[in-house]
Ligand binder design. Structure first.
Ligand code: FES
Length: 241
């Protein structure tokens, strides 16, 4: 059932108003002459969207930068993967009414779907072997060693998206110099709270290999990560088409 929540004159053309719908905190947003009502809770980590900037029909979470379509509630970019609920809006005689929740919204990740084995051909791996007197021989440079290193990194799961960092496209390069590994990788957003954990786990995953003494992980933000860096399998898992 629709309930009156505001007058049109109360909300300027790019204004907003916090409201409550069915005991849920919601946000009424005006874009020109259109009104949208969304649940005021980011599906990524619960941040209110109240003060998020609005542009191009979408609102951006002020905490980590996820974007949501105001009309459908759909998550448009990481780190959010689930839509937020929307509510129907009607304007009658200069009064705004908000009604039942919008259509059931897509929940993006089917994160329990089995990961597919992906050949690491899109990651530049350069292996450089130096002379070594170690007991465990360093493998000759080549595809087998590359795959072992990439497979080790695939053990590291982004805790927010529950997809491994290789399939997410976070790993930019892996280089070997004898028994030391150099990795350049990025994060889905500069403010990703899981960054230190991902770096530490990547280092540990590589240093567990018998022929690796040390792994140096360098975080880079250029080029920035975008969803099109993900493998098709990762996109499938997150419901991105
Ligand atoms: S809480 Fe909104 S993007 Fe993280």
């Amino acid at each position: 059932m629709f309930e009156r929540v505001a007058s049109v004159t109360e909300i300027p053309p790019h204004g907003r108003k916090s409201i409550v719908v069915d005991d849920v905190p919601a946000l009424l947003v005006r874009v020109g002459n259109d009104f949208f009502a969304i649940e005021d809770v980011c599906s990524h980590d619960g941040q209110p969207l109240t003060d998020g900037p609005v542009a191009d029909g979408a609102i951006t979470c002020p905490r980590h930068g996820a974007k949501f379509d105001l009309k459908s509630g759909q998550a448009l970019c990481m780190p959010a993967t689930r839509a937020i609920p929307t509510f129907a809006v009607q304007v009658r005689d200069g009064e705004i009414f908000v009604g039942p929740a919008g259509s059931e919204l897509p929940v993006m990740p089917s994160v329990t779907a089995p990961a597919q084995v992906v050949e690491p051909t899109n990651i530049p791996v350069v292996s450089v072997t130096a002379a070594s007197g170690d007991q465990v021989p360093t493998p000759a440079p080549g595809a087998d060693d590359d795959i072992r290193l990439i497979d080790a990194l695939k053990q590291v799961i982004d805790p927010e998206l529950m997809v491994n960092i290789v399939d997410l496209g976070l790993v930019y390069s892996v280089n070997r110099d004898d028994r030391k590994i150099y990795v350049e990788m990025t994060l889905t957003s500069p403010a990703c709270p899981a960054g230190p954990q991902i770096v530490q786990q990547s280092k540990m995953a590589l240093e567990r290999l018998r022929d690796v003494d040390e792994a140096e992980i360098k975080l880079v933000m250029t080029p920035p990560w975008t969803p099109d860096r993900m493998t098709d399998e990762a996109k499938d898992m997150l419901g991105i088409f």
